[in-house]
Design a protein around this ligand. Structure first.
Ligand SMILES: [Zn+2]
Length: 142
């Protein structure tokens, strides 16, 4: 299946040849954009012991190695924002697979957007107090 326009391989998050399947296009919260965006959801598989292109018949000879539970690799769901190209774990499986890939489990923020992200974070922390005040007022209406 062809990968969508926004995908971690073309963007350069992953090397070509990584086991990546496009699952669907979803609405998902992007921390970098600070809102829900259209994101591409992928299933990523890492840590395949046999690698790619290894003939299947090699498998029996490798059984004595401590590959128990490792064949097939770790798989998990990740998403890529179509707005800023940041990469996020979709759920706990995504965090596991990103950890297995040696990538930050909290996701990867696109270099071209990291300045926006940091600016927004700074703005958020300076407006937190006022937001909390308005929230406590709203709660009394319940
Ligand atoms: Zn985004």
């Amino acid at each position: 299946m062809a990968l969508p326009q926004h995908n971690p391989i073309d963007f350069g998050w992953f090397n070509k040849g990584v086991a990546l399947d496009h699952i669907s296009t979803i609405q998902f919260f992007c921390e970098c954009c600070g809102k829900e965006t259209i994101q591409e959801q992928f299933k990523l598989v890492v840590g395949q012991v046999l690698g790619f292109g290894t003939p299947f018949f090699v498998q029996p000879f490798m059984k004595r190695q401590s590959t128990k539970g490792k064949i097939g690799g770790t798989r998990g769901l990740i998403t890529q924002c179509t707005v800023c190209d940041s990469l996020w774990p979709f759920d706990h499986t995504g965090r596991e697979v990103l950890a297995a890939a040696g990538i930050s489990v909290d996701g990867l923020i696109s270099e071209t957007h990291i300045a926006d992200y940091e600016k927004r974070k700074a703005e958020e922390s300076s407006t937190t107090t006022t937001e909390q005040n308005s929230k406590s007022k709203a709660r009394k209406l319940d």
